[in-house]
Design a protein around this ligand. Sequence first.
Ligand code: SF4
Length: 220
Amino acid sequence: MADEPTGTNPEQNHAARLDALAIQVAGCTACPLAATRTQTVFGEGNPDAPLVIVGEGPGEQEDQTGRPFVGRAGMLLDECLLANGITRKHVYICNVLKCRACIIEGGRARNRPPAPDEMRACYPFLAEQLGILRPLVILSVGAPSAKTLIDPDIRMLQQRGQWRDGGAYCRHIMAVLHPAFILRHGGEEFQRFRQMLIDDIGSARRKVIEAKKQAQPALF
Ligand code: SF4
């Protein structure tokens, strides 16, 4: 890629730059979420992945482990990736927010939707992270992610699964249902939404293959 210094391994370069950014994020106190987090959740996976998955923010288990998409929602995401022959080694996974958004009720911290101010405060980290990763394709998981990366007025059930120009972030971007949303449904609806996520990930896999072919430099 044009911005890589010659003589370096691009993958190592991405990894080193992501590590440096993760250290900055770990010390961030730019919004009130710093006061209630156990730790920041920066992101993980293949630093040279052509496909990046961007969710909303850490929940309780992510806050405890420091890893994105663990717990039931993470297991469902893994299952839908695997249905398309994709594992976490093939992709990079992160969130818009790097700290858990929660409220304390009855002495217990409960997840809550992030406030617009918190999303705005954290956005520069995501922009820099995506600028380092430079994926071909992004899957924007859930409404807060899609409103940040695609369209503030997006309607998830109507507009998920539609490819858009990735603008500054990547070549192609698509909004997909959040596994936590899918898990809030039962029976046939659960199966229908789960299949939508599987199908959308399959579409992303094909989009990566197509974009890689287009990225091949002409020999003559
Ligand atoms: S959510 Fe983002 S901006 Fe807020 S403290 Fe955490 S890292 Fe900083």
